[in-house]
Design a protein around this ligand. Structure first.
Ligand SMILES: O=C(O)c1ccccc1NCC(=O)[C@H](O)[C@H](O)COP(=O)(O)O
Length: 260
């Protein structure tokens, strides 16, 4: 069983448990459920922002513990002040030490879009994302059928959530395109064996239809790469470990953007 299969197997159990702990009615009673979300596209294209989607990530299957000291409210506030176009907040606990409340803490600390980063397999998680205060959800093509993507993206749009689809190769891209998506992210990390190469983004760029925002995800650690990705048509750059491995991730981002 590869890591993605393991994560999804855990997630199925977790979601069924959560449905009992917090009902749909309780989710819809959240103060955030009826809020107007931020437009991912507007923040990605805003000239005063950097296009960086800065991630709060304590731990990962590929690297183990990255930073378990930093506080989500401080880091996301500092990311926003450093020019992030959005913050990505991992909510999976078992593999990433993320917490659902981290999204709400980031929501309270910032006025930029928040991506709820998790392994979305069920409508419940989409409704939950809205109730936590998220603006964007992630759908991973490698773990969803085209029909599931259509359904989850359609539900997200009906809740005014933005949808980022993550692909790793051309086959996933071609089978997963849907009109309810806002952005397509090319993951430079192979989630089955953890190898990374930014070449993956350059290879897939021209195949992503122009109506979608283009995001390059993972293994980005220098501003030269961002300049090259921009030239190849990318609008967004998802960066986690490069900032989180520093004691002060917000300060690390502030320093990094000076090179853009
Ligand atoms: O990061 C991992 O090890 C990982 C393993 C299995 C599934 C997902 C994984 N990461 C999620 C992400 O997509 C990254 O956190 C994100 O793209 C940022 O990557 P990086 O800048 O390399 O931390």
């Amino acid at each position: 069983m590869n890591i993605l299969d393991k994560i999804v197997a855990h997630k199925k159990i977790e979601v069924e448990r959560d449905k009992v702990r917090t009902t749909y009615t309780q989710l819809e009673e959240s103060e955030y459920f009826h809020r107007e979300t931020y437009s991912f596209k507007e923040f990605l294209l805003a000239p005063e922002r950097t296009g960086i989607i800065a991630e709060f990530k304590r731990k990962s299957p590929s690297k183990g513990i990255i930073n378990d000291d930093a506080l989500v409210k401080d880091v996301t506030k500092d990311y926003a002040a450093a020019g992030a176009s959005a913050c990505s907040v991992l909510t999976d606990y078992g593999f990433f030490m993320g917490r659902k409340m981290d999204v709400t803490r980031a929501r309270r600390a910032t006025n930029i879009p928040i991506l709820r980063k998790d392994f979305m397999i069920d409508e419940y998680q989409v409704i939950e994302a809205k109730s936590l205060g998220a603006d964007i959800i992630l759908l991973i093509a490698a773990i969803l059928t085209p029909a599931e993507i259509k359904n989850l993206a359609g539900l997200a749009k009906s809740l005014e959530l933005n949808v980022l689809l993550e692909v790793h190769n051309l086959e996933e891209l071609e089978r997963s395109i849907d009109s309810n998506l806002d952005a397509i992210g090319v993951n430079n990390r192979n989630l089955a064996d953890f190898t990374v190469t930014v070449e993956n983004s350059f290879k897939l760029a021209e195949h992503i239809p122009n109506e979608f925002m283009k995001i390059s995800e993972s293994a980005i650690s220098d501003t030269e790469t961002i300049k090259q990705l921009k030239a190849a048509g990318f609008n967004g750059f998802l960066i986690g470990e490069n900032f989180m491995k520093q004691q002060d991730p917000g300060a690390a981002m502030r320093e990094f953007v000076k090179g853009l």
